[in-house]
Write a protein that binds this ligand. Structure first.
Ligand code: C2O
Ligand code: CU
Length: 452
């Protein structure tokens, strides 16, 4: 297939409409019901942005400005955090730290900021997160490249994990002791874009860009594709050299952009499998090939995306900090007599979500390079997220990772460590926390101050 055919195949592509530049849009939070399981099962009561789980897919182009009026129709306060976007601190959506909560029963807040980086991001509440995210509040935020790579379809797959009972009701045990002190709320039902899906229809010879977002409270995914070799082209929205090592692992909040070339035969069917937890593998869905003749016979190499304008940390001059995550079951859990409901610590400190004092764990000089050694001194996985910055992931357990891997969330295996480095170039108070939401709410969070 030559370049011209490739481009004309691309012209037929259907993507969600983008917003006109500068337009203000609305996100309204309200209870809703949605057929998550389908079949004979009743719909599930959820909380939703604009009536659906996931909420609306927001698409912008790099360099555009997002203006979003949020109106809270729930009977609890909320905020919206724009995960992975380098926003000004006042737009970061952290209650009491960067803004007052958006009041229940009609409170409003206008978020407005520029989108400096292309990539796959997402939005979600930052208040009462175990329950608010666990009930369905999140959505995709896609920032398209100025010069996006040619693909036939550009698709977002939001992965959610639910704990449902036999009537498909969401079990209302959010933030319970067992979940909080162990692996977090891992459920029993995984949905893709808000429903259990049997199949994803493809055509032989098609090139699809799949943007995975793990919007689950606690579940980690390890996805592989029978008979296919996709290429990972971005992690947490940030370009990486195209590669594939058999599967992609995504902790909570993490994203991966894959180029899936549909190389199998017309009429064939192939499983997409999640086997992160080795004793509980399951089929997420099938790639279901239509009988149509292949769209093309050969594929160009997977595209390399242009890097985002993120400052390179100066590793020779970087100031080094060691941050130790502790606690949890089988670990040094804080005394429940003194710290009720706090199960996790950062550098030995037990801070609960209800403590709004938020004294910074670290104060960083503006523009300085920093290297954090993140130490997981627990028996559990922790996806650690830093707000307001994108960091380089240098190593995991002393082993260098791919050159130039960037991210906003790094998954720490039990009893392991990772090194990240970044330039502290965004002034303000920024959260550093575990994105297992039950861990975050029960102590695994801290504030990093970047001087103005
Ligand atoms: Cu995706 Cu502090 O959050
Ligand atoms: Cu954690």
């Amino acid at each position: 297939m030559n370049r011209r055919e490739f481009v004309s195949a691309t012209a037929a592509l259907a993507v969600a409409p983008r917003l006109a530049f500068g337009e203000t849009r609305k996100l309204e939070l309200a209870p809703a019901s949605q057929a998550l399981v389908g079949g004979a099962h009743p719909p599930t009561h959820v909380w939703a942005y604009n009536g659906t789980v996931p909420g609306p897919q927001l698409r912008f182009r790099q360099g555009e400005r997002l203006k979003m009026a949020v109106e809270n129709g729930l009977d609890v306060p909320t905020t919206v955090h724009w995960h992975g976007i380098r926003v000004p601190n006042a737009m970061d959506g952290v209650p009491h730290l960067t803004q007052p909560p958006i009041a229940a029963h009609g409170g409003r807040f206008l978020y407005e900021f520029d989108l400096p980086d292309a990539g796959t991001y997402w939005y979600h509440p930052h208040l009462g997160s175990p329950e608010q995210v666990g009930r369905g509040l999140y959505g995709a935020l896609v920032v398209e490249e100025r010069d996006p790579p040619a693909v036939d379809r550009d698709i977002v797959w939001v992965l959610s994990d639910w704990r449902l009972d036999r009537q498909a009701r969401n079990v209302e045990d959010f933030g319970g002791f067992m979940d909080s002190s162990h692996a977090g709320r891992i459920g029993n039902t995984v949905t893709l874009n808000g429903a259990i899906r049997e199949a994803f229809a493809v055509r032989a010879g098609e090139r699809v860009r799949l943007r995975f977002i793990n919007a689950s409270n606690a579940r980690i995914y390890g996805l592989s594709f029978e008979e296919h070799e996709p290429s990972i082209i971005a992690l947490d929205g940030q370009p990486v050299a195209p590669h594939w090592h058999g599967r992609v692992v995504l902790g909570p909040a993490m994203r991966a952009d894959l180029i899936l070339d549909c190389t199998a035969a017309p009429g064939s069917r192939h499983r997409v499998v999640d086997d992160f937890y080795p004793r509980r593998p399951y089929r997420l869905l099938d790639l279901e090939y239509s009988k149509q003749t292949p769209l093309r016979q050969a594929f160009e190499p997977a595209p390399r995306l242009h890097p985002n304008p993120i400052a390179q940390p100066d590793l020779a001059k970087a100031a080094r900090h060691r941050i130790v995550f502790g606690g949890g079951m089988m670990g040094a859990m804080p005394s429940q007599r003194e710290h009720r409901g706090v199960f996790w610590t950062v550098n030995g400190k037990a801070v609960s979500e209800n403590n709004h004092a938020h004294l910074p764990l670290l104060s960083l000089g503006k523009g300085g390079s920093y290297l954090f050694e993140l130490v997981n001194d627990t028996s559990w996985h922790h996806p650690i997220h830093l707000h307001g910055h994108v960091f380089r992931v240098l190593s995991k357990d002393g082993k260098a990772v791919m050159p130039q891997q960037w991210g906003d969330t790094v998954l720490l295996d039990p009893d392991s460590r990772a090194e990240i480095a970044f330039v502290a170039d965004n002034p303000g108070d920024w959260m550093l926390h575990c994105h297992v939401l039950e861990h975050q709410a029960s102590g695994m969070m801290a504030v990093v101050r970047v001087a103005g």
